[in-house]
Design a protein around this ligand. Structure first.
Ligand SMILES: NC(=O)c1ccc[n+]([C@@H]2O[C@H](COP(=O)([O-])OP(=O)(O)OC[C@H]3O[C@@H](n4cnc5c(N)ncnc54)[C@H](O)[C@@H]3O)[C@@H](O)[C@H]2O)c1
Length: 329
């Protein structure tokens, strides 16, 4: 295939991760531009990855004319970049959370649909190999009927309390919208079902912030799977784990351990582990899928509808915090 011209808007942390993934696929694509409202990080990324640095995203799109972009800015700026790309027929890989609210997400999805180009939300865990293996194991019935899913992403986040991540205007909320957004999409992907019940519980430990720095939600899916999804930015022991309990066995994804899916079926005396191809990570696989869709003119496996479904759960979880029916006097 002819090399796809890619550009990245937002040259911070995850911008670097997207650029690294595109560089990995340099036979398939060429990095032509990097923009950031602060020119210095864009220039620094250009020195490492090539292309041309810009302060204005629109000027970049009109000058280097990419076929596809990654949107790697904070959530408050996702919509404007999607509008700029859609107006020019450019394919988009947009970082999570989709936006600050459900309404803003719907606007993004509506805008993206007006251009027929590929549109993908960066729910990167769909491309984590053990998650892919868990989905397959459930789809082919090996674990039986899924009954419960437990997940926790917990760590001490040094940007909580001193950056846009804990500014509601920019981020839309705290750890619930930023990190638990992944948990919700993983639950939907693994069960292949939508969530139709949610209740949330949050806590804030850090001083001087107006958003939550820990969150837990209980969810139920349309097919009756119960989920306990938990995230924290203030606990020091780094944990990233998903446990899936089915009527015929259990599977565990531990991000801190190498290898593929761990599982134990009814009657097994010990745990087994599937092999994993460690040469690719979830970000390189995510970029690969996006580039293939751009090349083929098809829509990615995780698009606008997923963003809306996830944000409906986030919205309902925040609303559930205002419910007075479960308050004990
Ligand atoms: N998929 C993941 O695992 C993952 C991990 C981290 C962050 N993210 C998401 O990626 C996005 C960016 O996060 P980050 O950690 O890279 O943040 P960051 O603060 O490290 O970088 C953001 C960059 O965007 C720039 N920026 C801000 N507003 C802009 C605008 N209007 N136009 C152009 N540039 C702008 C900033 O100057 C900064 O350089 C967020 O939506 C975040 O939730 C996803």
């Amino acid at each position: 295939m002819a090399k796809i011209k890619v550009a990245v808007i937002g040259a911070g942390g995850i911008g670097g991760t997207h650029l690294t993934a595109y560089k990995f696929w340099q036979e398939q694509c060429e990095i032509v531009g990097i923009s950031d409202i602060n020119l210095a990080p864009a220039e620094s990324r250009v020195r490492e990855f090539g292309g041309k640095a810009f302060q204005s995203a629109e000027e970049m799109l009109d000058t280097v004319k990419p076929d596809a972009i990654s949107i790697c800015t904070p959530p408050n700026a996702h919509l404007a970049s999607v509008q700029a790309a859609a107006a020019r027929g450019i394919a988009v890989l947009c970082e999570k959370p989709p936006a600050r609210t459900l309404a803003e997400t719907e606007k993004i999805v509506e805008t993206a649909a007006q251009s027929k180009s590929a549109f993908q939300f960066a729910f990167c865990h769909r491309f984590h190999e053990p998650v892919m293996q868990a989905r397959e194991m459930i789809a082919n019935g090996k674990l039986g009927k899924p009954v419960q899913i437990y997940n926790r992403f917990g760590f001490r986040f040094d940007r909580a309390g001193n950056s846009w991540f804990t500014d509601k205007e920019t981020a839309g909320g705290g750890v619930l919208i930023d990190t638990l957004v992944h948990s919700i999409d993983i639950f939907r992907a693994i069960t292949a079902q939508e969530i139709n019940r949610v209740s949330g519980s949050i806590s804030t430990i850090l001083p001087n912030i107006r958003v939550e720095d820990s969150a837990s939600i209980l969810v139920t899916s349309t097919g009756g799977v119960a989920g306990s999804l938990n995230c924290s930015w203030v606990t020091p022991v780094s944990e990233a784990e998903i446990r899936i309990y089915g009527t015929q066995g259990e599977a565990v994804i531990d991000y801190n351990k190498p290898g593929g899916l761990l599982y134990k079926l009814a009657g097994d005396s010990d745990w087994s582990q599937l092999p994993a191809d460690e040469s690719l990570n979830r970000f390189t696989r995510q970029a690969d899928h996006f580039l293939k869709c751009v090349d083929a003119g098809t829509q990615p496996i995780v698009g606008g509808a997923d963003g809306i479904a996830v944000m409906k759960v986030i919205d309902a979880a925040y609303s559930s915090l205002k419910n007075e029916n479960n308050v004990i006097q």
